[in-house]
Each structure stands twice: as structure tokens, then as C-alpha cells.
Ligand binder design. Structure first.
Ligand code: MG
Ligand code: MG
Length: 273
């Protein structure tokens, strides 16, 4: 069922399929987080991801996506690369921060999530950047209630970043609705005002994905047509989860525990089944 300018409302059974896809994504990222080390190429990470996604009976969402068709199963974005990095011959080095974005499809239903991982000893500012970015995503989930609005999430993300750091928010890219396609309305900006935007109803699923940088928020796309870098070369972090709201609370479909532990920390009711 579609309503509110193309917003797709899923049945509970369809959300359960999205949970299956979300678990494949969560497991893949968990595997990659543990596999990342200095000396590995970003292409090797992609191979690990593809093997896990396919052996789970799922399909990689990213392979062949868009124009030019994305040539890999995950995005790997290192240091000043914000998002959409193409896996290849780049060798991961000690001190890098590596953002990995993964999408998978089960029975036509999508999951989408991302993490930024530190390799070896990274500068303190990189650790701070990653912590603030990940925490802002959770503050976004914590701000979401049935009957609320997308702007509540945006504000939750923005407020946490501005209140706890001097880092800048990349506004050129946003979170999004997700379901029978990876990218659907509504957009979920990482800055915004409470009470604005699409209403949060049961059956809506959203990917929340703050992209935060140490320096200026301006970015450009590289000649490969995909890789997004900061103009000033400063470090970027990216975290993402797909979530939904049920009558009992919040359910993070791409988190292995459904988000239960972190939501409890934030005093948010867990809505998973
Ligand atoms: Mg993603
Ligand atoms: Mg996404």
C-alpha cells in the first residue's frame, strides 16, 4: 500500500521479511568489521561480503545499482571518502577509518546499513568523530514515535552532533524510506525541525544515516562517478541502520539484537518481534 507521496506502508509480514534482509546485512557488517585490517584491499572486503550475502540466500542490493552501474556489493569509503567508495586495489592501512555500507534483498525486501571502523591506532579526533556519528543515529531513532514526524528524527541527529561536537554534517546526502526498493520516499535529512515532514506510522521503514566530517561539509564526486570525498580532505564517518516503529516500540531491523540493548540505554521501548 502506498500513500503520502509514494510512502510505502508495509504489512507486519512484509516487515518480517525486511528483518530477514536486515539480519543478513547486520551479519555481513559484523563479519567485515572483524575482517578489516591493515594490508587488506577494499576488494577483498567486497568478496567477503558477496560470499556471505549470497550464501545467506540473499542478493546484494548495490551491485549494478544506478548509473554508472555500481560495480560491487558494498561501498568502502576510506578516511576523506564520505560514502559510495568503490572497492578495488586500495590497500587499507594502519590509522585508516573505513566506512562500509551494505545492502541486501530477501524475497524482494531490502535492508541497508553502514558502519565506520577504525584500523589499528587512529587519531583521537577520528575516534570522537565515529562515536558522535554513531550516537547521533541512535538519538535519531530515540526521537521517533508513532504519530511523530520525520523531522523529529532529523532534529535528534542534528541536535546531538551540534551539542556534543564541533563537527560538520554533510547535507548533500540523506537517509530514506526503504522497503520493496532500497531508496524510497521520504528523505530523512540529518538536519531538521521537530514536527515537520512525513508522519511516522506503523509499516513505515526508514534508513537513518548521518554523515559527519571533521572539517567543512562540502563534498564532490570523484571521476569514477561514485566516490564522494570531502573537498578539504578532512575525515568523514558514516553510520546507518534501517528501522521501523511497531505499536510496542522501535525495531532496528539491521541490528543483530534489533537495537534492544542500545534502545534500553536510551530509555526507548523495544518494538521487535
Ligand atoms: Mg546504505
Ligand atoms: Mg541508505
Amino acid at each position: 500500500m502506498f500513500r503520502d507521496r509514494g510512502v510505502e506502508i508495509k504489512t507486519p509480514a512484509q516487515i518480517d521479511r525486511m528483518r530477514a534482509a536486515g539480519l543478513v546485512v547486520g551479519e555481513t557488517l559484523d563479519l567485515l568489521r572483524r575482517a578489516v585490517h591493515a594490508g587488506l584491499t577494499t576488494r577483498e572486503l567486497d568478496r567477503i561480503a558477496e560470499h556471505h550475502i549470497r550464501s545467506s540466500g540473499a542478493t546484494p542490493s548495490f551491485l549494478g545499482y544506478g548509473r554508472p552501474p555500481f560495480p560491487a556489493c558494498i561501498c568502502v569509503s576510506v578516511n576523506d571518502e564520505v560514502v559510495h567508495g568503490i572497492p578495488g586495489d586500495r590497500v587499507i592501512a594502519d590509522g585508516d577509518i573505513v566506512s562500509i555500507d551494505c545492502g541486501a534483498i530477501v524475497d524482494g525486501w531490502h535492508g541497508d546499513a553502514a558502519v565506520t571502523v577504525a584500523v589499528g591506532a587512529v587519531p583521537a579526533v577520528a575516534t570522537d568523530l565515529m562515536r558522535v556519528t554513531e550516537e547521533s543515529m541512535w538519538r535519531g531513532f530515540a526521537a521517533a514515535r508513532l504519530g511523530g514526524h520525520v523531522g523529529d528524527i532529523s532534529h535528534g541527529v542534528e541536535d546531538h552532533i551540534r551539542a556534543t561536537s564541533g563537527f560538520a554534517i554533510v547535507e548533500d546526502y540523506t537517509g530514506h524510506g526503504i522497503g520493496s526498493a532500497m531508496h524510497q520516499p521520504p528523505t530523512v535529512p540529518n538536519v531538521g525541525k521537530p514536527g515537520r515532514g512525513t508522519r511516522l506510522v506503523e509499516g513505515l521503514a526508514l534508513a537513518v544515516e548521518p554523515m559527519v566530517v571533521v572539517g567543512d561539509p562540502w563534498t564532490h564526486t570523484a571521476d569514477d562517478g561514485w566516490t564522494v570525498r570531502t573537498d578539504d580532505g578532512s575525515l568523514a564517518a558514516h553510520f546507518e541502520h534501517t528501522f521501523t516503529l511497531t505499536p510496542s516500540g522501535t525495531w532496528v531491523l539491521t541490528a543483530l539484537d534489533g537495537g534492544e540493548a542500545k534502545l534500553a540505554e536510551l530509555g526507548v521501548p523495544f518494538g521487535g518481534r
